[in-house]
Design a protein around this ligand. Structure first.
Ligand code: ADP
Length: 490
């Protein structure tokens, strides 16, 4: 099997810089692909945090003027990732997040900042550096969406291209007046190019022009082809559905390993669940919940946003409370949701605890100590929190959407009879449906043998990157051998 070179173009990668699941994928996939004889180099913007993490970087190219600023291309190896970093202080050396000012507003020049990233990716794909020729340029999300466009409009031979959508809600839509300043030719402004409802669409461009489109679960791949979930792009996606596949994300099973996890109170494993009760007790103590082995404990670890459907939970929580159950919530996000959960916990001290903020350690302890994890998302491209829950024996109670549908087997009578259930799925987006799911969960918990089986099934699932890496490898190998692709280099 020939070794393939892949250039990932992406705006964040764990552990260097992270705002969401995108960074987890970009950080983990290169390592998992090594076993498939795929070598990935990752092109990142030189944000302050990325620059600080670089040691012994080599400058491999100088751009006297890259989108109006001087820039350098650096090469380095950091935390197992082979990186190219676009060091352009005029674009990236700023306070705030990768996309927003310290006040949380999008930077006014985000079009230019991420066109510069996509363009650098395309130039690398076209052989900018002697001795480096990727077989595939893999663009992630809208920030990299122009890479396939620059490759296309360069004319001539180019590497194969893949565009991955991690969340269709973020599209990168900008004023058409910017076309020339982004270095795109006039003819690119067409429905078959970068034009998007009269503007320039970065994600749209990638979806239209890449050889293949992937998204992060098979169900989400089907959903985004529908008007309900397509967010304006469903027509395009339906037209290219033969080029679209869903590949699930994995999680880092070394970081998320209940048998060896310094962040939790007691270790446990699928074969020996005894440590779970110590974790439950410790979690109740830590959060000020009444210590009780019997009380069904439901956890939440999530961004607090409309997408996650958590606005439904304060009302539906009455089902949990009426059964003598408890709720442990860890999350940050929308102010009104933060307020709703704070007031819920104030109204039910000892039964509901709410911690606002991002806390990796508490996330592990909630997964290790809760009986069930609630994920009532309205849409969920893949979802990682339920994968962590499955691995930690917290039974997921989740909406039947996107990756939740692909990673959880509902405890239907048939699945229970077959002994393969791993969680409880409910139809999304209503309080009664969520309540119904919670009631079903409580009924299952009341039968300890059945519950233990559901827990064990979930813990036995392979939620690692091994399977997904194999699928990405198959996809890369398929497209590089298509006609018009660069010849194999031996
Ligand atoms: P998102 O849409 O936010 O990317 P995912 O479920 O795909 O949702 O991934 C989010 C990851 O971050 C999950 O592993 C989740 O458990 C974790 N997470 C979310 N919110 C918090 C928080 N407040 N503290 C710690 N971890 C969190």
């Amino acid at each position: 099997m020939r070794r393939l070179e892949v250039l990932a173009v992406v705006s964040e990668a764990y552990p260097l810089i992270k705002t969401g699941g995108l960074a987890d994928v970009a950080g983990a996939l290169p390592g998992a692909l090594r076993a498939e004889r795929i070598h990935v180099r990752t092109l990142l913007p030189g944000y302050p945090r990325v620059m600080q993490a670089l040691r012994r970087a080599t400058c491999v190219h100088v751009f006297p003027d890259h989108f109006g600023v001087p820039a350098r291309l650096l090469q380095a190896r950091v935390q197992g990732l082979d990186l190219f970093v676009l060091d352009a202080p005029g674009l990236y050396d700023r306070p705030g997040g990768p996309y927003v000012t310290p006040e949380g507003r999008n930077w006014d020049d985000n079009a230019r900042r991420f066109a510069a990233l996509g363009s650098a990716g395309a130039l690398l794909g076209l052989g900018l550096l002697e001795g480096y020729q990727p077989d595939v340029v893999h663009a992630h999300d809208w920030q990299a969406g122009l890479a396939p466009a620059y490759l296309e409009y360069a004319g001539g031979r180019r590497p194969a291209t893949v565009m991955t959508v991690h969340n269709l809600a973020f599209q990168g839509q900008f004023d058409r007046q910017l076309l020339g300043s982004l270095g795109l030719p006039d003819h690119a402004f067409s429905p078959d190019g970068v034009e998007y409802y009269g503007d320039i669409g970065f994600l749209k461009a990638g979806l239209r022009l890449a050889d293949r489109i992937t998204t992060v679960s098979p169900t989400y791949a089907a959903e985004i082809c529908t008007p309900e979930h397509g967010m304006g792009l469903d027509g395009l996606l339906r037209g290219r559905s033969d080029r679209l596949i869903g590949i699930l994300n994995g999680i880092d099973t070394d970081v998320w390993n209940p048998a060896q996890d310094d962040l939790i109170s007691a270790s446990f494993s699928a074969g020996d669940l005894r440590g779970r009760s110590a974790n439950k007790r410790a979690l109740q103590q830590e959060l000020g919940l009444t210590v009780s082995a019997q009380a069904p404990l439901f956890g939440v670890v999530s961004r607090l946003s409309w997408q996650k459907g958590l606005d439904l939970l304060p009302a539906a929580a009455r089902v949990i409370l009426a059964a003598g159950g408890q709720l442990a919530i860890l999350g940050a996000g929308d102010a009104d949701l933060e307020a709703a959960f704070t007031s819920l916990s104030e109204g039910a001290p000892g039964s509901v605890a709410c911690v606002l903020g991002y806390d990796e350690g508490l996330a592990h302890r909630i997964q290790a100590g809760s009986d069930a994890l609630v994920v009532p998302s309205r849409f969920e491209p893949c979802g990682l929190t339920q994968l962590c829950a499955l691995r930690y024996g917290a039974v997921p109670v989740a909406a039947r959407v996107g990756g939740l549908n692909d990673t959880i087997i509902d405890a239907s009578p048939a699945a229970l009879a077959a002994g393969c259930a791993t969680g409880v799925l409910h139809e999304p987006a209503s309080v009664p449906m969520l309540e119904h799911g919670l009631r079903r969960t409580l009924a299952l918990m009341a039968r300890p043998d059945q519950w233990a089986r559901i827990q064990a099934n979930g813990m036995a699932m392979d939620v690692s990157w091994r399977g997904p890496a194999r699928e990405y490898a198959r996809l890369y190998r398929e497209i590089v051998t298509e006609p018009g692709r660069p010849a194999a280099k031996g």
